[in-house]
Design a protein. Structure first.
Length: 154
């Protein structure tokens, strides 16, 4: 069971790996909001508190579970990426809201798609192992990428 009668639950991404079903999302209840990962219906709170927490995407690679989303810290949103429920570092400025929307693992590298507000504009960003790939960053006024496919080099 993903939800209870007094909790609003949002399942944002699902991944099936062999006999395991993983779901990432978030719950909003009075006094508590949680970034959650469910494995076969059993929830794990990756982030919990009164502020906004959003789990948005997940993937499984070599039995490792990766989840991406964001958390409100002070008056800003910051990206959050987890590997097996442990927070991974991700480089971002503190100048504006920064989000992580998608995660994928290719050739043992963790790719995260997100966006960051810089100088009144939104920069669409891809991080590789927590570091921004500058040449893929695109600043725009109104576009936002929320999904990606990373293809390995041959």
């Amino acid at each position: 069971m993903l939800s209870h009668i007094d909790t609003t639950t949002y399942a944002k991404s699902i991944y099936v790996d062999q006999d395991n079903v993983y779901i990432v999302g978030y719950t909003d209840a009075i006094g508590e909001r949680s970034f959650k990962l469910w494995k076969n219906g059993v929830p794990t709170k990756l982030i919990s508190g009164e502020r906004i927490n959003r789990g948005l995407d997940l993937t499984v690679e070599n039995e490792n579970v990766y989840a991406a989303g964001y958390e409100q810290v002070g008056d800003k949103y910051v990206p959050r990426v987890f590997k097996n429920n442990e927070l991974l570092p991700i480089q971002h400025t503190a100048s504006g809201h920064t989000y992580a929307f998608a995660v994928q693992v290719v050739d043992e590298k963790v790719y995260v798609l997100g966006s960051e507000y810089r100088n009144g504009k939104q920069a669409n960003i891809i991080w590789e192992n927590g570091k921004e790939i500058d040449f893929l960053s695109v600043e725009s006024g109104y576009s936002e990428f929320q999904s990606m496919i990373v293809v390995p080099k041959e």
